[in-house]
Design a protein around this ligand. Structure first.
Ligand SMILES: NC(=O)c1ccc[n+]([C@@H]2O[C@H](COP(=O)([O-])OP(=O)(O)OC[C@H]3O[C@@H](n4cnc5c(N)ncnc54)[C@H](O)[C@@H]3O)[C@@H](O)[C@H]2O)c1
Ligand SMILES: [Zn+2]
Ligand SMILES: [Zn+2]
Length: 389
């Protein structure tokens, strides 16, 4: 089959690789009909995520048709149409039973390595680092889905791929980021990053009843998509983020702040961002926490910092004293995707939201390597890429 494979920093290739096979009785094989490139893929593409190996198959946002099921899979049948969440979940361990799916205790097959790196292993993820199991991903014609009697979401006929594809990642990710903020009707929610995740944070914050949503980025077409979704926008290259946020909140600061940027934050020439770039370049720091610092500074005391943006390792010069003294709450994590999928699928069916609004590029799998670059560099108005194997 054809698949997009990682071969090193900025080196994704469309390779011919062996077809996946059923390996365990609860597996299924899915023929991928649509898949997408996620902002998290960019951290692998840019070489910031540890424990990748040459030849790894990329992709964790995908859907398709079940073409084979293992003998103990009683949920799926050949021909079913499914969206596959990026988190691989067993459905039975203590964490899965509590709904903390992204920290499933069983699905990471590299448990020992992950225990050592993070203190505890977290769930297996498709198309990601070997710290999360090194499972082949879904930017491919076919994919093996482990524990396929738990994770995959069956899709009713009548909905297009483009309407439901993002149930596997960015829609629940934006949703969880906002739910974690415990929105109250008087809240201002400030969202850093108007990439695909930021766009779903904006729509979710509006659906969940925030008084005011403010979105921050420097890419014009992403800012206008944010305004179309109901946000007031700030271009961080044109104006002071802190001053504007204070102006918009009568000097109090936003009650809820969301980091939908993560470890590769850009900034105009601020002192802290130059410091990060220098330290990252000589490998003395893995991540650039500019957005976290800004959120800690501007958030109203007793507010919440919700962090769906991905961080990989060690952060430097993070003002934790501000967090403590201002009584801020930090909530973060890979998304517990299955916790939200039933509710969000219903909202799509009811027409509350059509997630396809975010798609700007539709291409063949073979065009994937070029599209990684287009998406990363925000060329050609690119916000979200869907690939059709
Ligand atoms: N927690 C999860 O489960 C989960 C799931 C999906 C994605 N993510 C993460 O969410 C983040 C965003 O993903 P995406 O797909 O939207 O990616 P993206 O890279 O397209 O979006 C990031 C956006 O942030 C903007 N940005 C950069 N620096 C900024 C700054 N200083 N202030 C404001 N905006 C800034 C960029 O211009 C870009 O538009 C990534 O870190 C990704 O890994 C997490
Ligand atoms: Zn993702
Ligand atoms: Zn589990």
């Amino acid at each position: 089959m054809r698949a997009l494979c990682w071969h090193g920093k900025k080196d994704i290739r469309c390779d011919t690789v062996p077809d996946p096979k059923i390996e365990a009785p609860r597996d299924a094989i899915v023929k991928v009909t649509s898949c997408a490139i996620c902002g998290s893929d960019l951290h692998l593409y840019d070489g910031f995520m540890p424990a990748m190996e040459a030849g790894d198959i990329m992709g964790h946002e995908f859907m398709g048709e079940v073409v084979e099921v293992g003998p103990e899979n009683n949920k799926l049948a050949v021909g079913d149409r499914v969206v596959v969440p990026f988190t691989i979940v067993c459905g039975e361990c203590d964490q899965c039973r509590r709904g903390y799916f992204s920290v499933c205790e069983r699905s990471n097959r590299n448990k020992e390595m992950a225990d050592k790196a993070f203190g505890h292993a977290t769930a297996g993820l498709f198309g990601y680092s070997h710290l999360t199991g090194g499972y082949p991903g879904g930017q491919a014609e076919y994919v093996r889905v482990p524990y396929a009697d738990v994770g995959p979401v069956k899709i009713p006929s009548g909905l297009t791929d483009e309407q439901v594809l993002f149930l596997g990642d960015i829609f629940p990710t934006g949703w969880q980021a906002v739910v974690q903020c415990d929105i109250e009707p008087s809240d201002t929610v400030a969202i850093w990053g108007c990439g695909p995740v930021g766009q779903f944070c904006i729509r979710s914050a509006i659906l969940l009843g925030a008084r005011q949503v403010v979105a921050i980025d420097n890419v014009p077409e992403r800012l206008s998509m944010a305004r179309a979704g109901g946000a007031t926008t700030i271009d961080f290259e044109e104006e002071s983020v802190v001053e504007r946020l204070n102006d918009l909140t009568a000097g109090k600061g936003p009650e809820k702040c969301i980091d939908a940027v993560g470890m590769e934050a850009h900034a105009t020439a601020t002192l802290d961002s130059m410091y990060d770039r220098a330290k990252q370049a000589v490998m003395l720091e893995t991540d650039r926490p500019h957005v976290l610092r800004e959120m800690m500074y501007v958030c109203r005391p007793a507010g919440v910092l919700s962090v769906p943006g991905v961080y990989g390792g060690l952060l430097d010069k993070v003002p934790f004293g501000m967090v403590m003294n201002k009584s801020l709450t930090i909530r973060t994590g890979q998304t517990h995707v299955n916790r939200w999928t039933d509710d969000l699928l219903r909202r799509i069916e009811e027409g509350q939201i059509d997630p396809s609004f975010v798609i700007t590029h539709r291409v063949a799998l073979e065009d994937g390597p070029q599209m990684y670059k287009t998406f990363r560099d925000k060329q050609d108005g690119c916000v979200k890429v869907v690939l059709r194997p």
